[in-house]
Design a protein around this ligand. Structure first.
Ligand code: F0G
Length: 405
């Protein structure tokens, strides 16, 4: 395990209480400061003896890889996407498909680290609020670790596949009368009263695992740094994790510049984008967030301020997309590249298209769109937006007639 300490991101003081989720001094957000002294003398190739995945990057991780709770997370493909790139006007488009993680989303990267740390602390009950993917992932890792798990979900707003996973892995599923922000407030109260160990991304160990998506992208591009990385923003920890990974690679001298981090939000749920457009470093919460992309239906993103820092420091930007643009981009990924992602994930591609049309993204840029979750998580949205199955009698004549239409 790499040496590290938990500190307050706002006031910088060291935080000793392993159960704290905010700074006991100033109430600020927490982060992990890694001691990367050992990595300084290494090269990326030195880590390539281990298969690609979260644990290849163990010198950047704050838990012991030997005792990790793992179901082989990460190692997801980075696709070139020539047909999609031609369609959106950016031929150098890549897709990092996080839907091929063990539970079908990028959350597994953070959860292997978060649950491993919870186990080191001796936690017996873990919990989280979720728009669906975090709960699916936590339920699986808790099962693997032999822990009890409670998940707090906004009633009626979680896609079918995600709900099925949390139930299947044996979590206690609490359907909360309210949205994600309400569910998170309740889960945090439970954690403060020590009823559970909280594994939302306010827990600083979660983003540590999520850094690995950036390490993998760099490895897969052989450290030929892309110009831009685009990702959907909900609770805003993932864009922060990618930024943190970049700062660490810069610190050890493996990169000398950063891609422009570009955060996309759904139009009805866009506090971070609004703050960016007003040039602010803090956001005003959205009271009634709404979007078809239920994964990012979040009005009060815990890591919103960190996300803004990530965007400003890398010279990136933030943009909104409509539900119609999201569905259009989701279809494009399927029809042009054979990749099935959930609506929130398609927001990155919808954002790329919009920013290219606006001239913010240059045609010649090399752009990685992170597609965060698998389309099978949300079959209802797909079925609702595709043509219906065609009734056909059990006869060649009927089938031929339909095919010739
Ligand atoms: N994409 C997907 C598929 C997600 O599930 C989420 C967040 C995001 C993007 C946004 O990532 O929150 O780090 O900015 N899902 C959380 C959940 C909130 O509960 O599953 P973020």
């Amino acid at each position: 395990m790499a040496a590290h300490e938990v500190i307050c991101w706002d006031c910088g003081s060291a935080v000793d209480d392993p159960f704290a989720n905010t700074c006991p001094r100033c109430g600020g957000l927490l982060t992990v400061r890694m001691d990367l002294e050992k990595v300084r003398g290494m090269r990326p190739e030195d880590l390539r003896k281990t298969p690609i995945g979260v644990w290849r990057y163990h010198p950047f991780m704050p838990v012991d890889p030997e005792r990790a709770v793992s179901i082989k997370e990460g190692g997801t493909p980075l696709y070139t996407a020539p047909a999609l790139g031609a369609e959106v006007g950016v031929p150098g488009t890549f897709i990092k498909f996080e839907g091929l993680n063990p539970t079908g989303s990028f959350k597994d990267r953070g959860m292997t680290v978060g649950v491993s740390h919870a186990k080191e602390l001796g936690a017996k009950v873990v919990g989280c609020a979720s728009t669906g993917n975090t709960s699916a992932s936590l339920a699986a890792y808790a099962a693997k670790a032999g822990m009890k798990c409670a998940v707090f979900l906004p009633s009626g707003k979680v896609a079918a596949g995600k709900l099925a996973q949390a139930l299947f892995f044996g979590a206690k599923v609490l359907s909360i009368d309210g949205n994600f922000d309400d569910a998170l407030a309740l889960a945090r109260r439970m954690a403060e009263e020590r009823k559970l160990y909280l594994l939302n991304s306010i827990n600083p160990y979660r983003p540590e695992g999520q850094k690995s998506v950036l390490f993998e992208i760099m490895d897969q591009l052989d450290y030929d740094i892309p110009d831009r990385i685009i990702l959907p923003v909900g609770n805003a920890a993932n864009i922060w994790a990618v930024y943190k990974a970049l700062t660490e690679l810069e610190e050890v001298g493996w990169i000398d510049r950063m891609p422009m981090l570009t955060g996309i939000q759904a139009e009805g749920s866009a506090p971070v984008t609004r703050a960016f457009k007003e040039g602010k470093d803090d956001f005003v919460p959205e009271e009634h967030p709404e979007t078809i992309a239920t994964a990012i239906r979040i009005g009060n993103p815990i890591s919103g301020r960190k996300a803004l820092r990530a965007i400003y420091d890398t010279g990136g930007c933030s943009e909104t997309v409509t539900d119609a643009e999201i569905i259009e981009a989701q279809k494009l990924l399927g029809r042009k590249e054979g990749v099935c992602v959930e609506p929130a994930s398609a927001a990155s591609v919808a954002g790329l298209r919009k920013l290219r049309e606006a001239g913010v993204v240059d045609r010649g840029e090399r752009v990685v769109c992170i597609c965060t979750g698998n389309g099978l998580k949300d079959p209802d949205t797909i079925i609702g937006n595709c043509a219906k199955p065609i009734p056909c009698r059990n006869s060649v004549g009927d089938a031929e007639r339909i095919l010739s239409d």
